[in-house]
Design a protein around this ligand. Structure first.
Ligand SMILES: Nc1ncnc2c1ncn2[C@@H]1O[C@H](COP(=O)(O)OP(=O)(O)O)[C@@H](O)[C@H]1O
Ligand SMILES: [Mg+2]
Length: 513
């Protein structure tokens, strides 16, 4: 008796179709061929126990051969449990259905027969639709993730028994239907944190607005408790809303990483990722035996926050450089090579010195100038080269904290950001791959960052007086371009440059004493 069951394997961010073929013949052995890895080999043990605990005879003694086709793709993970169990049930005539060839099954089984979620359900559902599958049967915890894809009936099951009974004609499973678009736009309106919660800090908020408007990376320098993390967390709320296409890209990455929460569907807000500084390079960048997207890819289309930047290992900071530039990362291992997108805004924070209180209005810093200098030198030059805005954050005064003065909500800031982004979209219409001012090359800066005479004079004076590096020059012009866009001005004027120069705190020769 030969049974064929459709299932799918993950290959990078995509799913590929797999046909599970099961044949019964005389004998007692169990063979599994077609490049299964250990988790797939263990599948047999889980499936036998799940069948027994679902009320089927444990003794299905027959010679069983299972083949996963095509045989040249490595089969990994536990998602083949359900298709294997279904194949066995059908082969032994405990389940019957004449539409099996348009169904797909994916899911891990517990020993008790319950179904457990697997990674990558979104790309699997997308592949199922491409293949013309009509019914996709998945663990209940994955069902909303799979149901993002319409045109396929998606059924979430709690356990194996429900699946078997449903195949036999019972109504134990119901398709889950989600209005993906309506759901997405409704979820998008629900921001959890807002800049209105932040008292005072006008200058820092303005820096965030500029960063959001031009896509500039940002570093905050300030003592503990002055609100750096609080404000960083609110950056997604002033970025342009995530589009449906961006959401699909980001959700796909989270899906493959197994990071879509139980019952989760399309991600509607720009992601905010805040990895701890002890994170490994692989967890930050991505990799592993079976591909695990890193934090930089989980932050795709959103914000990566590196809190306490100098505490990150030098190698972590070094490996960030290239993906920051390319907005994608290629991961090569012996078993796979894969390119993942990682277009994110970087926000970093740091204390001004090891004790944290250098420059604090009321507390005394206990660090020596040498200690301060060593601390500043920890942050890698090449990474700092990609951070356009450097902003000092001072704590707000007690009076400001206690004030009842309402603060501007994120929605109002976002409106200005969106307008500035529209100007940029028009400007870079003919520059492929460039979307915002932060991405301007030197050539584009010469073309688009046109200063008026007073502006040129202002920059010249500042370069000399503040002893700014030549590198800082381009960075100032990029930021000034964004400030002029927020101002609706085609040329860059003296006041735009003056403000941009103010965001180069760390470049000044007098920093750290
Ligand atoms: N400007 C502010 N307005 C409102 N609350 C603030 C402000 N600054 C700091 N806080 C409060 O102080 C807490 C600590 O801030 P946090 O962002 O963790 O500081 P940092 O990251 O700079 O150490 C915040 O959770 C918030 O409750
Ligand atoms: Mg903090």
């Amino acid at each position: 008796m030969l049974v064929n069951i459709h299932t799918a394997a993950l290959n990078g961010l995509d799913a590929v179709p797999i046909l599970l073929e099961l044949n019964l013949s005389k004998g007692h052995d169990f063979f599994m061929v077609g490049l299964p890895d250990n988790a797939v080999r263990e599948s047999r043990t889980r499936v036998m126990s799940a069948l027994e605990n679902s009320g089927y005879p444990s003794d299905m003694a027959c010679e069983t051969t299972v083949n996963f086709a095509p045989a040249d793709i490595r089969k990994e993970g536990s998602g083949y449990d359900l298709p294997l169990a279904v194949a066995l049930l059908v082969a032994h005539r405990f389940a019957q259905n004449d539409r099996l060839d348009t169904m797909m099954f994916v899911g891990e089984l517990g020993l008790d027969g319950s179904l457990r979620p697997v990674r990558g359900m979104l790309p699997i559902a997308i592949e199922a639709r491409r293949m013309g599958i009509t019914d996709l049967i998945v663990p209940a915890a994955n069902v909303r993730e799979a149901a993002v894809v319409n045109q396929v009936r998606v059924y979430g099951a709690d356990n194996l028994r429900q699946v078997a009974d449903w195949l036999n004609g019972a109504d134990t499973l119901q398709p889950t239907v989600i209005d993906t678009r309506a759901n997405f736009y409704a979820a998008q309106a629900q921001h959890t944190c807002d800049f209105a919660d932040v008292k005072g800090q006008q200058k820092v908020k303005r820096a965030f607005e500029i960063a959001a408007a031009g896509g500039h990376n940002l570093i905050l320098i300030g003592s503990p408790g002055c609100g750096k993390s609080m404000m960083a967390k609110r950056l997604p709320s002033i970025l342009p809303p995530l589009t449906l296409a961006e959401s699909l890209e980001t959700t796909r990455i989270h899906s493959v990483a197994g990071k879509v929460e139980n019952g989760g569907t399309l991600i509607a807000q720009r992601p905010f990722r805040s990895p701890h500084h002890t994170i490994s390079d692989v967890a930050l960048i991505g990799g592993g035996n079976t591909l695990q997207p890193g934090e930089i890819s989980l932050a795709h289309n959103g914000v990566l926050f590196l809190d306490e930047l100098p505490e990150f290992s030098r190698s972590a900071l070094e490996t960030m450089r290239q993906p920051l530039e390319d907005r994608q990362i290629t991961i090569s291992r012996t078993r796979y090579t894969c390119t993942l997108p990682c277009s994110f805004m970087l926000v970093a924070s740091m204390n001004p010195c090891p004790c944290g209180y250098y420059g604090h209005p009321t507390r005394q810093c206990v660090c020596s100038p040498g200690q301060r200098l060593r601390y500043m030198n920890k942050i890698s030059g090449p990474l700092m080269d990609r951070i356009d805005l450097q902003v000092e954050v001072a704590p707000v005064s007690i009076e400001e904290m206690a004030s009842n003065q309402p603060e501007e909500p994120s929605a109002a800031i976002r409106e200005r950001v969106v307008r500035a982004r529209e100007i940029q979209a028009e400007r870079y219409r003919t520059s492929p791959g460039i979307h915002c001012n932060a991405q301007m090359t030197s050539a584009l800066i010469r073309e688009h960052a046109v200063m008026d005479d007073a502006g040129r004079q202002r920059l010249q004076t500042a370069m000399e007086r503040l002893n700014l590096s030549a590198r800082a020059y381009d960075r100032i012009l990029r930021v000034a371009r964004t400030i002029a866009d927020l101002d609706g001005s085609t040329t860059i004027q003296a006041q735009h440059l003056a403000e941009a120069i103010g965001y180069r705190n760390l470049d000044r020769a007098d920093w750290a004493g």
